[in-house]
Design a protein around this ligand. Structure first.
Ligand SMILES: Nc1nc2c(ncn2[C@@H]2O[C@H](COP(=O)(O)OP(=O)(O)O)[C@@H](O)[C@H]2O)c(=O)[nH]1
Ligand SMILES: [Mg+2]
Length: 1337
């Protein structure tokens, strides 16, 4: 037996074992009848003995694959059937199978017998009777059985994994395509030489290719063939157009191995001469081999990157698992943009999914060998006038001349996309070019398929022989529109005769024969274009080709069961979503992230800021806010989960990991395509420049509300999770506990998960930390992460940069407008873990910074600034994206970040920053931009000083690098333009890709250096630091609302001037009040005084207001620095002045009124005192009398006793005025009026709340009634003061110290703090005492 036969036998044996295993699994299902399908379908193989007697002819092997497909089909069909029905179906299937063998009677009887034995007592009695009845006549039996088989249930389910496994096992080598003799030998050989054999069964997954390893940070040319696939993948992942330059030297050991092979098998078609040492594989073979060994997700990723490099992507892989393999899923994520010509020669850009958009599909095939390469011709055809690009690899290119081993029969796709101009003589619509590799004569399957699905076919041929004639005749019989192309100048006469013959024989129209003749390249290309333009339009979609594929028994990647399940689940989510009504529906689909969550976030911030305490104490206020937060969470929970979200959660939780990944991808495609249909329309409307502002705002608003993405679904489940845990809703909780685990899986498999909801600049803390905890649980308790983030305005190429850097999949120019930060994890290869000190790199991408449509909603910078600061605070490295057009705005954000970091004491570890300048032409970069850099850094240094000065930290922070670390030599990176030539046909320039790669190496190096200083955080530490930092940002209420730091500083300056004005105004009122007080005291006819005072106060207020406004106006017309930056705040100050005047007037008038009242009651009071004194005097006299009358003289002590008795009795009967003073509240309120320093004070106050939940109220218990004085205010005040000291030891020293400091620095002249400072000094206490006390004694 030959080696080959042995291998085949072994494989068949394995198949048999797997079948028996599957049978056992099926037996255990609820539908036991399914197990008999194995016997019914594989009867032939099962009954044969070992060594296998079955002949392993190619036809048989092909039928094996068919059988497996059948099995899958029948399992689906038989599911849900009753036992009787199921068994009947199995018999029918078995009989149909033997009919195939054209041996129905005998074969039929024997299979029925086998099945009967197989089923044993399980066989239904009714069926048993039928079988008995029709013994010897299988055909009759079949008809009867058909009556029992009532219905067919189609449903994909279970078992499919095992089926696929078996499928692959069978297809692994048993079956061969008849067209390619010895093809599988080549395939094995190629895979082995490339070192890919081990990935035939367990495919290369994202885990293998998306990681930081020593290979992925080197770009050395491969030295061995086994390195070639990795080199190819790595180059693709960095979007390098040179990914197909795969020349390498074969290693010694490979050579030796090859030598052995030659000895053994005498491989004759092996190149043996001069190419021996150089590249020995055609790049197309490498592409096919790599695609064969990758899983679905990697294939998709590779296709996307190939398309970015404008490398033709594979569509049909030959000889894959026994039949052709169609890559439809792999192309799913692809989208293309092009210029559409409208009426009046206007153009607009449209973007479509490439798989679903109907377009012309033009196929190019060749018959026989050609003098001029077909693919080279296609490259000229597709390249514009802008420059030549090699879409298809061809003979003249590196490695293109190496004989192909496994890639004949490959169909590659490339797209022609109309540009804005220069479409003359070409199509004004897109078309897909399908290029069949290899000689079409021996690829009848592929040609058959292509002629079925293409809009037109171009057949290249130099010579016409019998075989060529046959193919052409066949083509003419099919319905395809085909052209014959003769791309050679020689042998015209001979071929022309043949062509003429063919033309009349097959009725080929004259225009469908294109002969090059004396034409040069350009002329011939335009002749072909004109033929394409003139041809009949038949639009097709790639998706629509699947019917033809199935008919030809091609394997479509989307038929992979988990992929199908994922799709079905996604369909369910969308089942009642009408894409046209997204705007209206959005609120209904996502009720949890609506108003309540926004309000919650607002209150959450207010809780940290305590900005509007009003008359309440901070404690009361904080309690109230806490209550409100709880209520809002409860209100969130009152919402029903929308059906779409329910389905989404079910699909997340009820799927296997693989199904879930497919499901999420399908969700993404669907959502993206919805966005694609809605958003461009709005964007188009927005382009009209004549729009009124209100209309524009309306459109921007609509744009932002219409955007819908996977992130919204994830945000929603995050909110549902948060709300149910906040309110500890047990029912929901139970259902949801698995969600973080699912999200952690997503993260670990490379999906981005939202970290910060940018619309409210808040982290859903419970959700995010639980997800991260799950990541920790799923990895290792000591998992460490290094955080790298990228900051930059909308559409400055952040996502493109990250995708190129780490091969990620952040949405590029998504067209949506979600504001937020998304995290992705990239694993670090275990060889590098020790060196880098981390297990994962967490990459955070920001979206929507300074997006026009989002700014229009909130109209301020607050959310953007908070988002940017949060991200910076969480990161170890920040990449700042700068593009020349938007530099100033990015600088603004940077200033705010620096200022905020200075203000927030939480800054612990210093972040490192890298500036990435985009669109810089290579040569001039360093020279031209040096001045720009110095300028930028100078500016940043200056701003740091300003901010530090304002925060009184000049000594700590003198330059930018004191806040954020950078190394001037390394941190400035200049990226050349992304595109080579003109989009939409442009490819990513290799310059861009290389520069990004350099950056990657540098970043990895950076991480290594950092590791020497300190270890990156563990996940638990990261969670803690995230909470701390987020709270710090929430409590910062001053800096974020400004456009930039300069504005904040200028604002502060104006605030300080305003304090002076405020002081003046208050002083004037105090003065007036004192005068009024004097008048009241001396006034006899108080009733007349009141209206006079009121009108005086009015007048004063008017005057002060005018004066204040004048000063403000003067400031804004002066030449004060940067005043234009705060022009927006003028109005705010105006209002402040007006309200201040109103308040002062109100206060003054009220004080006067109180004084008048007091004046009136004082008379009464004095009378009362007089009365009491009289009474006491009288009592004392009485006591004296009584004592005198006593016989015995009383001792001194007895006298005192008598006196005390009398005193107590009488004084108790006096009614005492009572006064409630909430001193603490008073003090706190005073403290809180200090605007710019409020943050520190609030923090302390909040801390003090924790230890003191009660505040001091002075009541009559503080009056010492035992004292011999009637009214002892001095004691009272002292007592209160000491009580306060005793009760609030924690804040007493701080507040005292703090205010003293403040006054000392004179940083702020707010009178509140001055009043406070004075208010607690002894002299003031004395003054109060003397005020209270001067009526007594
Ligand atoms: N010319 C040019 N275009 C770029 C560059 N980087 C990205 N783009 C394009 O700009 C658009 C927005 O890129 P994207 O990465 O989504 O930006 P993001 O919003 O910052 O994430 C895309 O169409 C990119 O192809 C670049 O360096 N140069
Ligand atoms: Mg982006």
């Amino acid at each position: 037996m030959s080696t080959n036969e042995l291998i085949t036998e072994m494989l068949l044996y394995n198949v048999l074992v797997a079948l028996i295993r599957l049978k056992q699994i099926l037996a255990k299902t609820d539908e036991g009848h399914l197990q008999y399908l194995i016997t019914a379908i594989f009867y032939e193989i099962l009954k044969s003995e070992f060594p296998l007697k079955t002949d392993v002819s190619k036809r048989k092997q092909k039928s094996m694959t068919d059988k497996i497909l059948k099995l899958e089909h029948y399992i689906i069909e038989l599911r849900g059937m009753s036992k009787e029905e199921g068994q009947a179906s199995v018999f029918i299937i078995a009989l149909e199978e033997v009919e195939d063998l054209k041996n129905s009677k005998k074969g039929g009887e024997s299979v029925i017998q086998t099945l009967r034995e197989d089923m044993g007592s399980e066989l239904c009695a009714s069926l048993e009777q039928l079988i008995e009845k029709h013994a010897g006549n299988p055909a009759e039996l079949k008809d009867e059985l058909n009556l029992i088989r009532k219905h067919r249930v189609t449903q994909t389910e279970l078992m499919k994994n095992t089926l696929c496994e078996i499928g692959e096992l069978v297809c692994h080598d048993v079956s061969k395509q008849p067209e390619h003799k010895g093809h599988s030998v080549h395939k094995n050989d190629v895979l082995e030489r490339l070192g890919l054999e081990e990935y035939c069964n367990e495919k290369l997954s994202m885990r293998h290719i998306k990681k930081i390893s020593s290979q992925t940070i080197q770009s050395n040319k491969p030295s061995e063939l086994q390195e070639v696939p990795w080199y190819f993948i790595q180059k693709l992942m960095m979007v390098h157009s040179g990914a197909l330059k795969l020349k390498c030297k074969e290693s010694q050991c490979a050579k030796k191995h090859k030598g052995q092979l030659e000895d053994e098998e005498n491989v004759d078609d092996w190149p043996s001469d001069d190419t021996d040492d150089a590249l020995v594989l055609n790049p197309l073979d490498v592409i096919v081999a790599v695609f064969m060994c990758c899983d679905h997700f990697v294939q998709q990723e590779l296709v996307e990157k190939m398309s970015l490099c404008q490398i033709a992507v594979p569509f049909l892989l030959p000889n894959y698992n026994g039949s052709c393999y169609i890559l439809q899923w792999a192309l799913r994520a692809m989208r293309k943009k092009w210029h559409q010509t409208l009426e009046g020669n206007e153009t607009s850009i449209i973007e479509k999914d490439i798989v679903t958009h109907p377009m012309l599909a033009v196929t190019f095939i060749r018959l026989g060998d050609l003098q001029r390469s077909k693919s080279a011709f296609l490259n000229i055809l597709l390249s514009g006038t802008q420059g030549h690009h090699s879409f298809f690899i061809h003979f003249e290119m590196e490695g293109g001349d190496v004989p192909r081993k496994i890639s004949n029969g490959l169909v590659q796709l490339s797209w022609y996309l109309p540009q804005e101009k220069e479409n003359e003589g070409r199509l004004l619509e897109p078309m897909v070019v399908m290029n069949l590799r290899g000689d079409a004569k021996s690829l009848s399957t592929q040609v058959g398929f292509l002629s079925e699905v293409s809009s037109m076919i171009f057949v290249f041929l130099d010579n016409i022989g019998k075989e060529e004639e046959k193919v052409i005749t066949n083509l003419s019989k099919s319905k395809s529109n085909f052209f014959l192309l003769q791309n050679t100048k020689n042998k015209i006469e001979a071929v022309r005769r043949r062509l003429g013959h063919l033309k009349s024989m097959c009725n080929i129209p004259r225009d469908n024969i294109l002969v090059r003749g004396k034409k040069n390249d350009a002329e011939f290309v335009s002749a072909v274009w004109s033929a394409i333009c003139k041809a009949e339009r038949r639009y097709v979609t790639l998706e629509g080709m699947s019917d033809a594929c199935r008919k030809m028994s091609f394997y479509i990647d989307e038929d992979y069961p988990p992929c199908k399940t994922g799709r079905e689940n996604a369909d369910k989510v969308f089942s009642d979503l009408n894409p046209d009504k997204i705007v209206e529906l959005k609120g209904k689909i996502f009720p949890f992230q609506g108003l309540h969550w926004h309000e919650f976030s607002r209150i959450d911030k207010e809780y940290q800021r305590l900005k509007n305490t009003g008359k309440k104490t901070p404690l009361e206020y904080a309690k109230e806010l806490e209550q409100k937060k709880k209520e809002l969470r409860q209100k969130q929970l009152e919402n029903e989960l929308s059906p779409a979200i329910k389905m989404f959660i079910d699909a997340l939780l009820g799927s296997t990991k693989e199904e879930r990944l497919f499901f999420l991808h399908w969700m993404k495609f669907k959502l993206d395509s919805i966005s694609l249909t809605i958003l461009p329309k709005i964007r188009e409307d927005l382009k009209h420049q004549s729009l009124k502002t209100s209309k524009k705002e309306q459109l921007l608003n609509r744009l932002s509300r219409s955007s819908l993405g996977l992130e919204h679904f994830l945000r929603e489940i995050g909110q549902i999770y948060e709300a149910s845990f906040y309110c500890s809703d047990p029912q929901l909780k139970k259902h949801l506990t698995k969600l973080p685990s699912a999200a952690a899986d997503m993260l670990l498999s490379g999906f981005p998960v939202e970290l910060i909801d940018g619309d409210v600049s808040n982290i859903p803390m419970g959700w995010v930390s639980d997800v991260l905890k799950q990541v920790q649980i799923k990895t290792h308790p000591d998992t460490r992460i290094f955080v790298l983030s990228v900051l930059g305005l909308q559409s400055t190429g952040k996502s493109t940069l990250l995708n190129t850097l780490f091969g990620l999949q952040f949405a590029v120019s998504a067209g949506r407008c979600t504001r937020g930060a998304f995290m992705q994890l990239i694993s670090v290869d275990h060889h590098m873990k020790a060196e880098l000190g981390c297990d994962y790199i967490m990459v955070i991408n920001t979206e929507g910074l300074r997006a026009e449509e989002l700014l229009s909603l909130t109209n301020n910078y607050e959310h953007d600034n908070e988002l940017a600061t949060l991200i910076t605070g969480l990161s170890d490295i920040v990449l700042v994206n700068l593009s020349s057009e938007s530099n100033s705005e990015m600088q603004d954000i940077l200033q705010i970040i620096v200022h905020a970091l200075i203000r927030m004491k939480e800054v612990g570890i210093k972040q490192s920053i890298y500036f990435i300048h985009h669109n810089v032409s290579d040569l001039s970069a360093n020279v031209l931009n040096l001045s720009g850099v110095t300028q930028l850094l100078k500016q940043l240094n200056f701003l740091t000083q300003m901010a530090a000065k304002q925060e009184n930290k000049e000594e700590t922070y003198t330059k930018f690098s004191d806040v954020i670390h950078y190394d001037i030599k390394k941190t400035m990176k200049y990226m050349p333009g992304l595109w080579h030539s003109q989009p939409p046909m442009a490819s990513v320039s290799s310059g861009y890709s290389e520069k990004v790669f350099e950056l990657k190496q540098q970043l990895v190096d950076h991480i290594k250096q950092e590791r020497k200083k300190r270890l990156p955080l563990t996940i638990s530490d990261f969670i803690i630091s995230m909470e701390d930092f987020s709270n710090a940002v929430k409590s910062e209420d001053f800096i974020f609302s400004f456009q930039n730091s300069l504005a904040a500083v200028t604002y502060s300056k104006l605030s300080s001037e305003y304090s002076d004005w405020k002081w003046e105004i208050q002083k004037s009122f105090t003065k007036w009040k004192e005068e009024a007080e004097r008048r009241i005291k001396n006034c006899e006819e108080i009733d007349n005084l009141v209206p006079a005072l009121k009108s005086e106060a009015d007048e004063l207020a008017r005057k002060q207001e005018l004066e204040g406004l004048r000063k403000l106006q003067a400031y804004f017309t002066s030449d004060a620095n940067n005043r234009e930056l705060i022009e927006n705040y003028k109005n705010h100050f105006e209002i402040n002045i007006k309200t201040l005047c109103l308040e002062c007037k109100g206060n003054a008038v009220r004080k006067c009124e109180e004084l008048i009242k007091l004046h009136q009651s004082l008379t009464d009071f004095n009378n009362l005192i007089k009365k009491y004194i009289q009474e006491i005097e009288q009592k004392v006299n009485e006591l004296l009398q009584k004592c005198k009358l006593k016989k015995n003289d009383l001792s001194e002590t007895q006298l005192k006793e008598e006196f005390e008795k009398m005193w107590e009795k009488n004084v108790k009967s006096f009614k005492m005025p009572e006064d409630h003073v909430n001193i603490r509240a008073d003090m706190e309120n005073t403290l809180m009026t200090d605007e710019s320093k409020r943050k520190d004070i609030k923090e302390k106050l909040r801390e003090s709340h924790l230890s003191h939940t009660e505040y001091f109220i002075a009541t009559d218990k503080h009056v010492n009634t035992k004292s011999s004085y009637l009214y002892r205010s001095w004691d009272l005040t002292k007592q209160i003061a000491s009580d306060i000291k005793e009760m609030a030891p924690s804040w007493w020293p701080f507040s005292h110290k703090n205010t003293t400091e403040m006054v000392a620095r004179n940083a702020d002249k707010d009178i509140g703090s001055m009043r406070f400072e004075g208010g607690l000094q002894e002299k003031d206490i004395q003054r109060t005492a003397s005020k209270g006390g001067h009526h007594v004694n």
